[in-house]
Ligand binder design. Structure first.
Ligand code: NCD
Ligand code: ZN
Length: 355
């Protein structure tokens, strides 16, 4: 009997880290193989804070793509305390910046230049609200006295709720949500508030980091929470509610950087991202809702056209390699442990070739 198939409009990734240099060369093809467009995070060193830096980075991304790739990188500006609102407005007008990213200073990888207090960026938020430019938020407070598992919920209460009250017209995406608190807040919020959900937060809860020993490959930020939160995220993602859409937060760090005394936060899920989501939607009997989540709700929120192309998934086992050895053009090798390493996923993109 022929394998079951599912054809959906080509998806986009509304939150990805493509890095730079050898790592960019190693990882960009995987995202471009599945997604037509992606919102590219600006947390490079130094961060992407100017139109010129974003244009140059966009060129480096294009140069890292396979010949003939139709992939479109959508660039973001990294907000700092001293960011110039005019630069942001110009970058949006020139279609270099699609959105701005707010990292609370110290919240995650390369966030030390982030915003130290939200009132510092009031002028830029006012401009973004006026021109309809989305604000993408890493929603965690950074105060050391707040328990790491509570940082998202506290951020919503202390920062996000007042922010939306001050800027009722601002388009906001709460990125990579991890809690039922975030699900409830976004669901009951206004239409200009949405959220992205990663594959890993749909698959794992916090126990995964400690199963039989310390598992750095399941460490990311915001950190995975208790099972009740994972259940709420799965319900939100598969509900058909357009306020929740796909954003992988694929965040590659070399195997050596993950497996160290102070291992980096981030999960590399790009190579098998759509398969990872498909497994969840199948388990929730919601495969018919995958297309909305992966390919429709994101562009509608951003005010961008839907992709014309499609991809076909088929119910065929996909064995995820335990480790990927990727080479850049200069032959530098990067070792990355992909999400689902050593597991078998039930659906695969047709003619999908593992790297
Ligand atoms: C991201 C990274 O490595 O850049 N890490 C992560 O755990 N998600 C940063 C981020 O999105 O928090
Ligand atoms: Zn991220």
């Amino acid at each position: 009997m022929a394998a079951r198939q599912l054809t959906i409009r080509q998806p986009d990734d509304w939150h990805v880290h493509l890095r730079d240099g050898a790592m960019l060369q190693a990882v960009a093809p995987a995202t471009a193989a599945q997604f037509a467009r992606a919102i590219v995070m600006p947390n490079l060193r130094p961060p992407v804070t100017t139109v010129a830096a974003a244009s140059a980075y966009r060129e480096r991304i294009r140069a890292a793509l396979p010949d003939g790739s139709g992939f479109t990188p959508l660039m973001t500006a990294y907000l700092t305390d001293t960011i110039d609102p005019e630069e942001i407005e110009r970058g949006f007008g020139e279609e270099v910046f699609t959105a701005c990213k707010l990292y609370p200073a110290g919240a995650t990888t390369n966030s030390d230049s982030g915003v130290t207090a939200i009132d510092r960026i009031e002028p830029v938020l006012a401009v973004m609200e006026r021109i309809g430019m989305p604000l993408l938020i890493h929603g965690e407070v950074t105060d050391a006295e707040i328990d790491i598992f509570d940082r998202e919920a506290v951020f919503i209460e202390r920062v996000l709720e007042p922010l939306l009250a001050r800027h009722p017209g601002l388009k906001v995406v709460l990125e990579h949500i991890t809690t039922s608190d975030a699900v409830d807040f976004v669901r009951s919020g206004p239409a200009n508030l949405a959220a992205t959900i990663t594959p890993h937060h749909l698959h794992i809860n916090r126990n995964a980091m400690f199963a039989g020993g310390l598992r750095p490959d399941f460490y990311c930020l915001p950190v995975a929470k208790r099972e009740l939160h994972r259940i709420a995220l799965r319900a939100a993602a598969t509900s058909g509610n357009p306020k929740f859409f796909l954003g992988t937060d694929s965040a590659p760090h070399s195997r050596e950087a993950k497996e160290s005394a102070c291992g980096c936060a981030g999960i590399y899920n790009a190579p098998f991202a759509i398969e990872s989501y498909a497994a969840v939607f199948e388990q929730e009997n919601a495969l018919h809702r995958l297309e909305g989540f992966a390919s429709e709700f994101g562009p509608r929120f951003y005010g961008l056209p839907l992709n014309p192309g499609s991809i076909t998934l088929e119910e065929q086992p996909l064995a995820v390699p335990p480790v990927l050895h990727l080479n850049d053009a200069a032959g530098t090798s990067v070792n990355l442990v992909p999400f689902h390493a050593g597991q078998t996923l039930p659906w695969r993109v047709q003619a999908h070739e593992a790297q």
